[in-house]
Each structure stands twice: as structure tokens, then as C-alpha cells.
Write a protein that binds this ligand. Structure first.
Ligand code: ADE
Length: 226
């Protein structure tokens, strides 16, 4: 898979995507991730990427020309162009699974009040939001999407099962049960005895009950009670 991120702050995405599991996936050649400076696609002396909004109002709007030049330069046939914006569709695990099947993703990152809407109309296949809050720009959001997608690529996670049994996979309506590791007793708190019983049926039942409990407490919306 190939991923291009277009942003005025390439360094914000580069750091997180060079470390740990995603960094190793890049080194192993399972994915190529390139961060491009949007200003490299400007043609004026000041490398200007924003301007005042038509119709007035606060803040600046990102100009269309650099995005059009970037996509013309980077796009391959069948590439999916995504704009990171709080106005986008909420990003979910199911979407990460679908995006992991794509050959080439181009992630455009907004900044300021937004991006000239002709970018959305003419270039963008999909607008994605990573949650109902506003970041200073879309670059961290792009890194989040890339992390969620790349970890699903074949061979990226050491233990393939760990992507299968996690929260939001399957029907996506259940959080994971709590996990424990050694020591069996710590700071006066004991690991639930059933997990050390070796009784797989009882362990599965316990995990199921705790998962339901946790989902109702933290995400009643997932359980259909939000
Ligand atoms: N840019 C700013 N906030 C964002 C969000 N929540 N999701 C995606 N891009 C963003």
C-alpha cells in the first residue's frame, strides 16, 4: 500500500508514523508513507496557502490551487483522495478495514477555518473526521487514520489474532473485557481468580460479562442504550 499525506506541517505526521509498529511496517516495505509540504505546490514568492473567506467571517480559508497541484502530481489510477476535516464522516474501525484494502490513499489535511470547497467538489472522494472535536489542523487526524489502517495490513501486527478479538471488530458493538498480567497480587489488588483457573469456559463467560458491563458503563451508545 502507498499513502501520501499533504499538509503544511509534514513534521507533525512524520514523527508518530516513524516509530514503533508503523515505523517497522514502513521499514519492512509493507507500506510506503510519504509526507508532502503543501507549500511545495505553491507558485508564488510567499508560498501562500490561505486567503480571506468570501462572504466575510473570521479566520482564513485554504486556497484551492496548491491542493489541485498536489493531487495532479501524486494521484495514481484508482487512488482514493481523503480530506481530513471535522465536517467529515466519523471514522470507525469498519472504515479502517475497508481502507486497508486500497492500493493508494492520498490524505489532504486542512488548517485554519477550512479548505476552499472546490477541493471537496472536484478532488475529494471522502471527507473524514476522527471525532467531534476540533484540532488545530488535520495532520494529527491523518496520522490517526494511517495508524488505524496500516496496523491492519497483512503481517504488520505480530500476532494476527490481536486485531481480530479487539474492541470494535466483529459487530463493533462491544468493548473488550479488562486484561491482567503478573503479578497475581499488586498493591492489595488480586487478579480475578477465574482467569487463573484454567477453565476456558468459565474464562470466556467472565470476559463476556465484563465486556457487556464495560460497554454499558463507558459506551451505552454502542450497546444501543445511548
Ligand atoms: N481537523 C481538525 N479537526 C479534525 C477532526 N476532528 N477530524 C479530522 N480532521 C480534523
Amino acid at each position: 500500500m502507498k499513502i501520501d499525506i499533504v499538509t503544511i506541517f509534514p513534521e507533525i505526521a512524520e514523527g508518530p508514523l516513524e516509530a514503533s509498529i508503523i515505523g517497522r511496517a514502513v521499514e519492512a516495505g509493507r507500506v510506503s508513507i510519504r509526507c508532502h509540504d503543501l507549500r511545495d505546490y505553491t507558485t508564488d514568492r510567499h508560498r501562500q496557502v490561505d486567503d480571506e473567506p468570501y462572504g466575510g467571517g473570521p479566520g482564513m480559508v485554504m486556497k484551492p490551487e496548491p491542493f489541485f497541484a498536489a493531487v495532479a502530481d501524486l494521484k495514481t489510477e484508482g487512488a482514493k483522495v481523503i480530506l481530513m476535516t471535522p465536517q467529515g464522516k466519523p471514522f470507525r474501525q469498519a472504515r479502517a478495514v475497508e481502507l486497508a484494502r486500497e492500493e493508494h490513499l492520498i490524505l489532504l489535511c486542512g488548517h485554519y477555518e477550512g479548505v476552499d470547497h472546490r477541493v471537496v467538489e472536484a478532488l475529494v472522494d471522502e471527507e473524514i473526521s476522527i471525532g467531534d472535536y476540533v484540532l488545530t489542523n488535520g495532520t494529527l487526524a491523518a496520522a490517526v487514520v494511517v495508524d488505524a489502517v496500516v496496523r491492519l495490513l497483512p503481517g504488520v501486527l505480530g500476532d494476527e489474532r490481536s486485531a481480530e478479538v479487539e474492541s470494535f471488530s466483529g459487530d463493533g458493538r462491544r468493548l473488550e473485557a479488562p486484561h491482567y498480567t503478573r503479578p497475581a497480587e499488586f498493591a492489595g489488588m488480586a487478579v480475578p481468580g477465574v482467569l487463573m483457573s484454567g477453565n476456558h469456559g468459565a474464562i470466556a463467560k467472565w470476559r463476556e460479562e465484563r465486556a457487556v458491563e464495560r460497554t454499558l458503563a463507558n459506551r451505552p451508545d454502542l450497546a444501543g442504550e445511548g
